[in-house]
Design a protein around this ligand. Structure first.
Ligand SMILES: Cc1cc2nc3c(=O)[nH]c(=O)nc-3n(C[C@H](O)[C@H](O)[C@H](O)COP(=O)(O)OP(=O)(O)OC[C@H]3O[C@@H](n4cnc5c(N)ncnc54)[C@H](O)[C@@H]3O)c2cc1C
Length: 437
């Protein structure tokens, strides 16, 4: 791969970790949201000298760190019951965070503010780690965390960083070999959701200003339930199920996925953190007593630094059991490739002209409002432009459009037409129905 600077990296390759932003000696790079709402580096060409530093530290371009265990030891862990009920899985994060705080260190994790902005911040005490609890299944804003962590490490402060595997890879790449005092915990991760989608969902469903609290997952119906909970300012509570709620449904079916999450080199072993934490999915199949509906954490010990901490926290658990890796990996993502929903791109396109609720429904059910039957791929520019204009007008009315070939236009006739410039244009800009016999 050869790119001039980081701004030339394809969207499928950029994890949005922000390491490049703070490695640029000229301040030429900023993180900005794209039309889908994901964060990407944008390079100011006036300031860029082409020094290439951003490419040298980019975890996507550089070879993956392979120093951790290829088959780490794995543990099923329960914190106390109250902590488990306040956490996403079995409470492993808080146990690790308390350990680092007790050593005089600080914790970098993810919180959500009253405007539902989801971002990394630094906690220095138990009270400040409380809002970091519970997964927020949306891409977090790393802000200036990397240089702040560097500064803390240089002063000799221990720092626990928790984040997705690509964020951990980005931080390690940014720090280089000056990582003394860093404890990195990566999460098992199926991929990030766009903050824009989350905000649109809140605005359209409840009105963001009416929401007091949002829980991405609740154990109200048991640990395996895929239900979100929304506490409204008027006192009502809404529960969104994985079958009916558009945000939960779309998230779990990878409709809102960041492009780079489809092929993530950090999802596989060896992991990037000293420790990996996640849900211990599938543990009941191995041993039913390890799954009681309140949440079980999976902990992977990836190296000696991680082992020391895991051994220390084991004294504060009610369950701490070594389990075979195969017993806990069958349902979790350890593969680099994960298929996004087939209509993922259409979903983001629909967000530009209709509601998030409608876009989810139509993409899940493969629905359209209007079928256009005509010679919409005629080989003259007038025809192409007319149909393109028609489609745009219809979209302007909030309608989703499907282009339909005349009946009988099948087989070699259709195959030959695929090479025409008008058909190439159509396949790029229209949604084209499969052939009708
Ligand atoms: C985007 C995402 C996808 C995930 N996918 C899976 C999965 O497929 N399988 C699986 O087993 N586990 C997954 N997890 C991890 C899981 O949901 C729990 O976060 C993890 O098990 C820790 O739970 P806990 O009970 O130990 O602690 P909790 O107290 O619930 O801790 C939450 C931890 O997650 C961090 N966090 C919260 N939101 C974010 C965010 N947006 N970005 C980065 N870090 C965040 C917090 O800083 C804290 O460290 C995912 C987490 C995220 C954020």
């Amino acid at each position: 791969m050869s790119v001039k600077h980081i701004g030339d990296l394809k969207k499928t390759e950029c994890y949005g970790c922000s390491a490049c932003v703070y490695s640029c000696p000229f301040g030429a790079i900023t993180m900005e949201r794209d039309s889908e709402g994901f964060r990407y580096p944008v390079v100011d060409e006036e300031k860029c000298t082409g020094c290439g530093k951003c490419r040298k530290i980019c975890p996507s371009i550089c070879p993956k760190d392979m120093s951790n265990a290829p088959e780490p030891e794995s543990y099923a862990v329960w914190a106390d019951d109250k902590l488990r009920m306040d956490s996403t899985s079995g409470g492993a994060f808080t146990l690790i965070a308390r350990n680092i705080l007790a050593q005089g260190g600080v914790v970098c994790g993810v919180v959500m503010d009253e405007k539902f902005h989801i971002f990394h911040t630094i906690a220095t005490n138990e009270k400040e780690i409380e809002p970091m609890r519970r997964s927020k299944y949306v891409e977090s804003d790393l802000g200036d965390m990397f240089p702040r962590i560097k500064e803390l490490l240089e002063k000799g402060t221990k720092v626990l960083f928790t984040g997705t595997p690509c964020q951990v890879a980005g931080l390690k790449a940014y720090l280089g070999n000056k990582r003394e005092g860093l404890i990195a915990v990566d999460l098992m991760c199926h991929g990030g959701t766009s903050p824009k989608v989350f905000e649109r969902y809140l605005d359209e469903t409840f009105g963001r200003e009416n929401v007091k609290r949002f829980y991405f997952r609740t154990k109200y119906y048991g640990y395996n339930g895929t239900t979100c909970a929304v506490v409204l300012k008027d006192g009502q509570t809404y529960m969104g199920s994985g079958e009916l709620d558009p945000f939960v449904k779309g998230s779990y079916r990878s409709l809102f996925l960041r492009k780079s999450c489809e092929d993530c080199k950090f999802a596989s072993m060896p992991r990037q953190g000293d420790i990996t934490i996640g849900d211990c999915w599938g543990i009941a199949k191995y041993k039913a007593e390890l799954s009681d509906g309140r949440g079980t954490s999976l902990i992977l010990v990836n190296n000696e630094k991680g082992r020391k901490i895991v051994e220390e926290i084991s004294a504060n658990t009610q369950v701490f059991e070594k389990v075979p890796l195969e017993a806990v990996t069958w349902k979790n993502r350890f593969k680099e490739h994960m298929q996004a929903h087939s209509q993922r791109d259409r979903f983001f396109e629909m967000l530009d002209y209709t509601s998030m609720h409608k876009a989810v429904k139509y993409c899940m059910e493969n629905r359209y409002d209007v079928g256009v039957l005509g010679v919409w791929f005629g080989c003259n520019y007038g025809s192409i432009a007319t149909y393109y204009g028609l489609m745009k007008q219809l979209q302007g009315l909030g309608l989703s459009v499907l282009m339909i070939d005349k009946p009988g236009f099948v087989g070699s006739d259709r195959e030959l037409a695929e090479e025409n410039h008008s058909r190439v244009f159509a396949n790029t800009h229209f949604h084209v129905a499969s052939a009708i016999n």
